[in-house]
Ligand binder design. Structure first.
Ligand SMILES: [Zn+2]
Length: 101
């Protein structure tokens, strides 16, 4: 997984931006890091947007990556609890699908 880490501060993001939105001066450097992380929070989606309606109900989780300060929003393939460890299983239609590990 590619993470964009600021060269001036601790800001990190999974999406590239021209300039660091945190300190305003740093440039974001692309880094390829481990996808492993910990469930920081999650939400069960019962009523999904039309494009994801066929998937409902499903769980969207915010994963705190082990190797970065960045958090990523992912779809879980199973029920999770806060504090569970998870890793990337595959990418589907541009969405990160994580599973517990
Ligand atoms: Zn910065």
């Amino acid at each position: 997984m590619n993470i964009y880490q600021c060269d001036q501060c601790e800001y990190a993001s999974v999406s590239n931006k021209y300039r660091c939105p945190s300190c305003g001066t740093g440039k974001l450097q692309e880094q390829d890091i481990s996808t492993k992380g910990t469930v920081y929070s999650y939400t069960d989606i019962h009523i999904a947007p039309a494009e994801f309606a066929h998937l409902a109900p499903y769980t969207v989780a915010l994963i705190q990556l082990d190797a970065s300060k960045a958090k990523v929003t992912v779809r879980m393939d199973a029920v999770v609890e806060i504090g569970d460890t998870a890793e990337l299983h595959h990418i589907e239609d541009g969405a990160y699908i994580y599973r517990k590990c």
